[in-house]
Design a protein around this ligand. Structure first.
Ligand SMILES: C[S@@+](CC[C@H](N)C(=O)[O-])C[C@H]1O[C@@H](n2cnc3c(N)ncnc32)[C@H](O)[C@@H]1O
Length: 191
């Protein structure tokens, strides 16, 4: 295995789970690269839910999916990911968060601590036993730093009988590289 950036590592960690997934979530669709990854690596009858508050992001995502013939299995939702429980009934097998701003878009419009933590709370409640969530957090700017602290605080308090939580980051990279969090539901709480 080679060591890659945080998003590529998230993809690798999710790949096995996606092979048998029925319901997956991209909490931050952006330009659609993660949505495309989820759609391309799940069975044909899986449903991929993708959320973004910016219509421009969803338009980009829809275009990318259409180019790959994968739009049919995706549900694109123009709403805050903190409300994903209004759309997704679960159980969710896998989910991704790639926090921050839309690349090529308005850098002032970013994910924020309160709604990200609310969305994580919702998703952990919907997660199937054995399910996985990845979060890539960019803490190199003030808002991202605050958001990352809130995410880390929330995740550290998840009960260890129900969830296994890990963090991964490059140690020798300049400019505060992103942190990848991995949350797995153990299923032990029902044993
Ligand atoms: C770093 S980008 C995501 C990159 C994307 N996954 C990709 O593969 O291109 C972050 C996205 O989160 C979106 N976003 C910000 N706040 C949000 C919220 N509360 N709910 C859903 N999406 C949000 C932004 O509009 C932006 O498009």
């Amino acid at each position: 295995m080679t060591i890659a950036n945080a998003v590529a590592m998230a993809h690798r960690l999710l790949a096995d789970k996606l092979a048998t997934a029925r319901t997956v979530v991209d909490a931050t669709a952006g330009n659609g690269r993660d949505t495309l990854f989820l759609a391309a690596n799940t069975p044909g009858d899986a449903v991929v839910w993708a959320f973004d508050r910016q219509q421009a992001a969803l338009d980009n995502t829809a275009r990318l999916l259409a180019e790959h013939g994968l739009g049919g299995k995706c549900r694109l939702v123009a709403d805050c990911h903190s409300r994903l429980g209004d759309y997704v009934s679960g159980p969710v097998d896998a989910a991704m968060f790639n926090l921050g701003y839309l690349p090529g878009g308005d850098h002032g419009f970013t994910t924020c601590a309160a709604s990200t933590v609310a969305a994580l709370g919702c998703l952990t409640g919907l997660l199937a036993p054995g399910g996985l969530v990845t979060v890539v957090a960019y803490h190199g700017h003030p808002a991202g730093c605050e958001e990352n602290a809130a995410v880390a605080e929330y995740l550290a308090k998840l009960p260890q009988t129900a969830f296994a939580v890990a963090a991964w980051r490059m140690l020798n990279q300049r400019n505060r590289p992103p942190i990848l969090y991995i949350i797995g539901r153990t299923g032990r709480e029902t044993a």
